[in-house]
Design a protein around this ligand. Structure first.
Ligand code: 13P
Length: 257
């Protein structure tokens, strides 16, 4: 089992702090070989070029936090396209984060177009889905996620790679996480759904992931990593999550040897 851990910096950091972060992480990787974990950094788009110069040729991958669903180039002021991300060496992009869905009115249709543009540029989309607090309490979690997937994946190329991040909105930045059983239920539902549609995805979890709960969350079967917000902002709090993935990955390998 190999895991992917994605650092979503959101709208945080400066040129200096982003470069420093890359250096710190790179030093740790120099001393600690990773056998079971891929790291992906998603800083602000304006910081990607600085990161590229530090990370190109290393095993740390990087990507955007969003991309344009309308075009690859042209009159789209303020947007960044999938082709432009790819040109910078990005191999991933977060798409459909709940903060964009809620604060910027990003609809499921818009997200579907973003997924198509990502795959055209060979960017692996990290599609975020999840329910809010009320939907969760009223037992509508799967109904909400299925509704998102139905539209988001309507035009998705079945041969393309995709990651799906289950991010319950009520868990983001709150320190609250669902029970392992609840995460397992969602992961199982998404896995069945994808299989039913002839699609394949890596399934990850996001929402208040820390070094203290990562190992426990990895007990969820078929969960292959994390999308991390707050705890990714400092290497000192991000690294323990990577170590948890390494430890669990090693355990699994030993058991199956
Ligand atoms: P937190 O890890 O801060 O809860 O954020 C999760 C998230 O939104 C990652 O995309």
């Amino acid at each position: 089992m190999t895991y992917t851990v994605i650092a979503n910096f959101k709208m945080n950091g400066t040129v200096g702090s982003t470069i420093e972060y890359g250096n710190e992480l790179f030093d740790l990787l120099f001393e600690n070989e990773l056998y079971n974990t891929t790291i992906v950094m998603a800083p602000s788009a304006i910081h990607l070029a600085y990161l590229q110069s530090r990370l190109i040729g290393t095993r740390i991958k990087y990507g955007g936090q969003d991309l344009c669903g309308q075009a690859q180039f042209g009159s789209h002021t303020g947007n960044t396209s999938a082709e432009q991300l790819a040109d910078l060496g990005c191999t991933y992009s977060i798409i459909g984060h709940s903060e964009r869905r809620k604060n910027l009115g990003e609809t499921d249709c818009i997200i579907s177009n973003k997924l198509s543009n990502a795959t055209l540029a060979r960017i692996t989309p990290i599609l975020c889905v999840g329910e809010d607090f009320t939907e969760n309490r009223e037992g509508h979690t799967w109904k909400v996620i299925k509704g998102q997937l139905d539209v988001n994946l309507a035009k998705f190329d079945s041969t393309a790679k995709i990651m799906i991040a289950y991010e319950p909105i009520w868990s983001i930045g709150t320190g609250k996480i669902p029970s392992l059983q609840d995460v397992q239920n969602v992961v199982d539902h998404i896995a069945d759904y994808m299989q039913g549609r002839g699609l394949q995805a890596e399934l990850i979890y996001g929402g208040s992931v820390t070094g203290a709960n990562a190992e426990e969350l990895l007990m969820v079967k078929n969960l292959s990593g994390f999308l991390v917000g707050g705890a990714s902002l400092k290497v000192s709090t991000f690294w323990p999550i990577i170590q948890a993935c390494e430890a669990v990955g090693k355990q699994i390998k030993t058991q199956s040897a």
